[in-house]
Design a protein around this ligand. Structure first.
Ligand SMILES: *[C@@H]1O[C@H](CO)[C@@H](O)[C@H](O)[C@H]1NC(C)=O
Length: 507
């Protein structure tokens, strides 16, 4: 507090800005946005942003601050982490227009189909650094093309006249770092990702270690190999030898090397744009001002956001994650697995399809996360659907991989299935930490998000005894008490003590 006040005071003395009461110091990685620059910095940006609408007096906002700062550091170069102080009179129309009804409200804003018309959605995940980072990364659009040996020539021919970049990776998932690199160089340098298993391409370019980033200049097939760290900054510099990156938001500004200069530029610009901005939003402002006043007054109680997941004075101590590797039931028999989860009457199951090498890092991480989540729910008696490990030796594993196009059998795959309602849902993350897996499980519990149609070929007829039992069509237990489940679950958030989430190593 003392520190931020001192900095704020110094800044005020420099007459740069006067919101000395804001929560984030000027040195913060959290971009402070206001009604004069929101449009330019966020709405019209090619980047994905998370925006916190807050009031400095709000306790939940203060509690969020450290996690939000941490998320901003982790997401540097990948997504914008921004904050709007809704206590400022001149920000009120903006906050009201964004539908802010309680503090803090977090929204994810990303480029829509039409330029300048972003897609805005509420951030519903846990208010913890790691979850914020993972969820925001997940939202970064992908322009990276996955290329196989069979398609390589076609891709090269298609981009014959421009420089191109290929990332050779052991992984199939495209990292957020690479996705943002593709955004920085959209329209300038097409980017492909090729898996290690594509031996033709790997040999052609003499790739021996993974990940490897190679640049092909226009008209050349001679690979220029990147030898720096797999981090955004170095990669951008490497690509800059063929083209300067796109500005992330209009208008083209001076480079980020001098913060002071940028601030001054911004200040100048905002003076210019103030007139038009306020003109544009004048309709909204006048209509909104009175409503906004009311809303904001009312907001002086704890957050009304749908998913308040904050540590608070009255929150019990965090659940400690045990070191012993917890387990989930594993079913090796095809018929047993089918009877449990793959009949036309089966309710939701979460299957962890294990690779042959069950000690592979992703497999143990996924199983540990699932087991921890299930254990927590067992403790809360929430009657959570079963989590089942499916070893590679179970013949159903291969059919699931094939029918659901899950990909290679050398890594773990998580998939939720529901035979009765005929859907399935893949886990699409590339890491299997507790938080990201729990976010996925929660979405299934809450019946949120897109599901895909479960191929009929995976379902078997209902064993006869079960038909009788199921006759009285009872509702799904996992769906009944959702409200309660959520509240209870949130009373004891599982806290990751040190979410350190640098992006490298993810490629
Ligand atoms: C955004 O990306 C496009 C290419 O998709 C690029 O032309 C533009 O310069 C980038 N920056 C802004 C601010 O639109």
């Amino acid at each position: 507090m003392v520190r931020s006040t001192a900095i704020a005071a110094a800044v005020a003395a420099l007459a740069l800005q006067t919101d000395a009461a804001g929560l984030y110091p000027k040195s913060s990685k959290v971009v402070q946005v206001d009604s004069t620059n929101y449009d330019r910095l966020i709405a019209k940006s090619n980047y994905t942003s998370i925006v916190e609408f807050y009031a400095p007096w709000c306790g939940h906002c203060k509690n969020l601050q450290p996690a939000y700062e941490k998320a901003a550091k982790s997401l540097e170069g990948i997504a914008k982490v921004a904050a709007v102080n809704c206590d400022e009179e001149f920000n009120k129309p903006l906050c009201s227009k964004m539908g802010v009804q309680g503090f803090p409200t977090l929204k994810i804003v990303r480029p829509g189909k039409k330029a300048g018309k972003p897609t805005v959605e509420d951030y519903q995940g846990p208010r913890e650094a790691k979850a914020i980072v993972e969820i925001v990364k997940d939202k970064v659009p992908n322009n990276v093309k996955r290329v196989t040996d069979a398609k390589l020539d076609e891709w090269l021919a298609e981009h014959k006249n421009s420089p191109k970049v290929i990332l050779f990776s052991e992984k199939g998932a495209i990292s957020a770092t690479l996705r943002t690199l593709a955004i920085d160089f959209a329209g300038l340098v097409p980017i492909a990702q090729i898996k290690k298993s594509e031996s033709g391409a790997v040999e052609k370019y003499g790739i021996t270690k993974f990940p490897a980033l190679v640049l092909l200049k226009a008209g050349s097939d001679e690979p220029i190999k990147y030898d720096g760290a797999m981090e955004k900054k170095g990669m951008v510099e490497f690509l800059s030898q063929v083209a300067p990156p796109n500005p992330d938001c209009p208008p083209a500004k001076a480079k980020k090397d001098s913060k002071k200069k940028e601030k001054k530029d911004e200040k100048k610009e905002s003076k210019f744009s103030k007139a038009s901005a306020s003109h544009k939003s004048s309709e909204a402002s006048s209509a909104a001002t009175s409503a906004a006043d009311e809303t904001l007054e009312e907001a002086n109680k704890p957050t009304e956001s749908p998913n308040p997941n904050l540590k608070d004075e009255d929150t019990p101590a965090p659940v400690v994650i045990e070191e012993v590797t917890p387990a989930i039931p594993v079913i090796a028999e095809a018929s047993e697995l089918q009877a449990s989860c793959l009949t036309e009457k089966s309710k939701t199951c979460i299957l962890a399809i294990l690779p042959k090498d069950e000690s592979a890092e992703t497999a143990t991480a996924a199983v540990a996360s699932l087991a921890t989540i299930h254990k927590k729910h067992d403790g809360l008696k929430t009657n959570l659907f079963p989590f089942i490990g499916v070893p590679a030796s179970n013949p159903v594993a291969a059919s699931l991989l094939k029918e659901l196009s899950l990909g290679s059998d050398d890594k773990v795959h998580l998939v939720a299935t529901n035979g009765k309602r005929s859907w399935y849902k893949k886990y699409s993350g590339s890491t299997y930490g507790l938080i990201e897996v729990e976010v996925w499980v929660d979405a299934i519990r809450m019946d949120e998000g897109k599901k895909e149609k479960l191929p009929e070929s995976l379902l078997v007829a209902v064993p006869t005894e079960e038909v009788k039992e199921e006759k009285a069509a009872e509702p799904e237990p996992a769906q009944i008490e959702i409200e309660e489940i959520v509240e209870e679950a949130e009373a004891s958030p599982v806290v990751d003590p040190e979410p350190s989430v640098p992006d490298h190593g993810e490629l």
